[in-house]
Design a protein around this ligand. Structure first.
Ligand SMILES: NC(=O)c1ccc[n+]([C@@H]2O[C@H](COP(=O)([O-])OP(=O)(O)OC[C@H]3O[C@@H](n4cnc5c(N)ncnc54)[C@H](OP(=O)(O)O)[C@@H]3O)[C@@H](O)[C@H]2O)c1
Length: 239
């Protein structure tokens, strides 16, 4: 798929992996829709990019937001070619009885329900356009391996894996690709919110740029080639 002029919506573009994806794709002159809550960070990113971009500062957990995101994209650019479901949260780590109910609801909503709903609206739009499209999910190694004390995060990401695999089979005949990227630990702000007894050593983690390079590789293939999944791990670390 030639990335030039493609309309690419990225959730969670204000920091970490999402920001690195926007910066990496920028070299190929797409049209970008940058989504997250922190409007200032998104506007600073948009100003630093060469590509035409639009900032949508919103909370993905607010119920009316999701359908509007695709609608606003169509209003601005007339089409949608790629949805990148990247926004996600970590949070408190621990035995299940220790995890606040509010965090469980929020994690399943943001990491699983939001990508499902956005995929639904995106795929409907791809069908209407008649050329197919691409949904790319930033999953996690936790979607493939279940880590104790991360049970809800594991469940959100394993659910996203199953969803992506089923949707991929449903959408093949429409020329729509569903791609999953499974990174191990990556040095981003997400670790600031992860409540661990001992802070992990960021020097052994992946860099956001390495994940963004994998995203570019998968997207940059011709539309008739589906790279269904890529797993990225730091060579020396377990996670
Ligand atoms: N870092 C890792 O070790 C690692 C490993 C594997 C997979 N991942 C996955 O990678 C993805 C990106 O995470 P990251 O590591 O880059 O962390 P990050 O820097 O904390 O980025 C998370 C992004 O999600 C956005 N976000 C969070 N809650 C939101 C909400 N309610 N509404 C809208 N946007 C929201 C944040 O923006 P605002 O705060 O501005 O809203 C931010 O842009 C996540 O899905 C994560 O599970 C991360």
């Amino acid at each position: 798929m030639a990335i030039k002029d493609k309309v690419i919506l990225i959730t969670g573009a204000s920091s970490g992996i999402g920001k690195a994806i926007a910066e990496t794709l920028d070299a190929y002159a797409p049209r970008l829709v940058l989504v997250a809550r922190r409007g200032d960070a998104l506007r600073a990113l948009a100003d630093s990019l060469q590509s035409e971009s639009v900032v949508i500062a919103c909370d993905l957990l607010e119920t009316t937001t999701l359908e509007n995101l695709v609608a606003q994209t169509i209003e601005r650019f007339g089409r949608l070619d790629v949805l990148i479901n990247n926004a996600g949260i970590g949070g408190k780590v621990g035995l299940l009885p220790e995890l606040p109910d509010s965090q469980i609801h929020q994690m399943i909503s943001l990491n699983l329900t939001v990508p499902i709903l956005l995929s639904k609206y995106a795929v409907a739009q791809f069908t209407q356009q008649g050329e197919g499209g691409t949904v790319l999910n930033i999953n996690s190694i936790a979607g493939k391996w279940a880590f104790p004390y991360w049970s809800v995060y594991d469940a959100s990401k394993a659910g996203l894996k199953a969803f992506a695999e089923a949707l991929s089979e449903e959408q093949r005949s429409n020329n729509t690709r569903i791609i999953s990227i499974y990174p191990g630990a990556c040095a981003t702000d997400i670790w600031d919110s992860v409540d661990l007894a001992q802070a992990p050593d960021a020097s052994g983690m992946l860099a956001p740029q390495q994940v963004a390079d994998a995203v570019l590789y998968a997207l940059n293939q011709p539309q008739d080639l589906l790279i269904s999944d890529i797993t990225l791990m730091p060579t020396k670390a377990l996670l």
